[in-house]
Design a protein around this ligand. Structure first.
Ligand code: SF4
Length: 445
């Protein structure tokens, strides 16, 4: 018997109205993605072509690596470049030559555009093809934009992967169906997914991006791809152009999301319902037990999402359906209806949805609601905390391993510990704050 079971989804928010706003936004830029991508593709180097501000952003987000050879850097565009006195292309070629001379371990180099490089119209795609010819057969040189102009911070990964798709090798004609899992996943999560799929007899699985630039997955008309991250619109489009086809599924957050995501793969390969349950049930039971302790703390608490990471809808679905949280407004920077089809259907009816941002208006709505917790970017978190509203940094949810069964409880804990922290501070609210309280607060955030 085949495991073709319709994904359990009620009508939910499929047809719900969406408030569309196009005002001032408070988001990080796409350079941020370098922090997790440089850990994933272990022989790649990310050279940001930007200003000192860009360099500071990357350094402070990643921390300074003293003992390791760093795998990202910034080629600073200075006043001479901005004024057109120096030839920025020549300067860039010089920096790249010096870098590749010093670091023969680099096999793939990304030239990453920024707001300043876009403002001075430095053509990084031409630079990449010029330098590729110079370093042919030694280093693959690509480019993408991490600029903060009209983007959100997760779009850096999307732009990077989309730039890689045309470079992927092609499958031979009539190759058997192959499953591609798309989106940066921590190695530990990737291994868990690979184990589950293998136990179901699905061997033909490739992860994109891979851990090494030498093991890029092949793509072709036999490729079916499952998105592991909800912000990969351009990458999906580039894969379709290479003949790959999308496998619709919810995203693998929480027990339910992970089960339905794996089920979509199982259905594709004709795995029986019995085998699917045999492989996944022990992990589902274990993950559900681990979630119990967080349900107590989170059940009935209200949550408001500002648009930031594009993870908002899947996270809201997980928190509402598996932990009993009450959704107030769920904001997302962009709403891709095809990729979000199941997520929308699984959200509780009556949830307020918004796309884009007009930050002052959204802050007013948030203040009027007074939710128990707000998920937002760093720029809004401190002011909201100062007003007594609990916050969770959206960026932390992208930096932490949160996909899959084993990480479901960790994901819930990221929200639950905000209340634990407040509870601790609340007990002492008549006493002056001690250094230990402040330290524990810093550790929690
Ligand atoms: S790319 Fe733009 S938004 Fe990002 S750090 Fe540089 S100047 Fe700022």
């Amino acid at each position: 018997m085949n495991a073709v079971i319709p994904i359990q989804a009620d009508i939910g928010c499929s047809d719900a109205p969406v408030l569309r706003e196009r005002g001032q936004r408070e988001v990080f830029c796409g350079l941020t993605g370098i922090i997790w991508m440089h850990r994933k593709i272990q022989d790649a180097f990310f050279l940001v072509v930007g200003s000192r501000t860009c360099a500071h952003l990357i350094q402070s987000a990643a921390g300074v690596m003293i003992f390791a050879e760093p795998r990202f850097a910034t080629a600073i565009i200075d006043e001479r470049d901005l004024a057109g006195i120096a030839d920025a292309n020549e300067e860039l070629d010089r920096v790249v030559r010096r870098l590749l001379e010093r670091r023969p371990d680099i096999k793939m180099l990304f030239l990453v555009g920024s707001c300043p490089s876009e403002v001075i119209k430095l053509d990084l795609s031409r630079a990449a093809s010029r330098l590729s010819q110079e370093f042919v057969n030694k280093v693959r040189i690509l480019n993408y934009s991490g600029s903060g102009i009209e983007t959100t911070f997760t779009q850096g990964e999307d732009a990077c992967l989309a730039s890689l798709v045309p470079q992927l090798p092609a499958f031979e004609k009539n190759a058997p169906t192959s499953l591609m899992i798309v989106g940066c996943l921590p190695d530990v999560v990737e291994d868990q997914f690979a184990r589950h799929l293998k136990a179901m007899g699905i061997d033909n699985v490739q992860f994109f991006p891979p851990r090494s630039s030498k093991t890029m997955p092949a793509v072709g008309e036999n490729t079916r791809y499952l998105l592991a991250q909800p912000f990969l619109t351009d990458t999906a489009r580039a894969l379709e152009l290479r003949g790959a086809r999308y496998v619709p599924a919810p995203f693998p957050f929480g027990v339910e999301g992970t089960t339905e995501w794996l089920r979509a793969a199982a259905n594709l390969f004709g795995v029986t319902a019995e085998l699917f349950d045999k492989v996944t049930q022990p992990s589902r039971d274990r993950a559900n037990r681990a979630l119990d302790r967080h349900r107590e703390k989170l059940h009935g608490k209200s949550i408001f999402f500002f648009p930031d990471s594009q993870l908002e809808l899947p996270l809201a679905r997980f928190l509402a359906r598996e932990l009993g949280m009450k959704l107030t407004e769920v904001g997302t920077p962009y709403l891709h209806r095809e990729h979000m089809k199941y997520e929308l259907a699984m959200l509780p009816a009556g949830t307020s949805l918004s796309e884009g941002q007009d930050v002052e208006k959204q802050l007013d709505r948030c203040r009027a609601i007074q939710p128990d917790i707000v998920v937002c970017g760093l720029g809004l978190a401190n002011p909201l905390e100062a007003e007594g509203i609990n916050t969770k940094w959206a960026i932390e949810l992208v930096f932490s391993p949160v996909h899959g069964y084993e990480q479901s409880a960790d994901l819930a804990e990221l929200f639950a510990r905000t209340f634990v922290r407040k509870g601790k501070l609340g007990l002492d609210k008549h006493a002056s704050l001690k250094a230990t309280d402040l330290a524990s607060e810093a550790a929690c955030n």
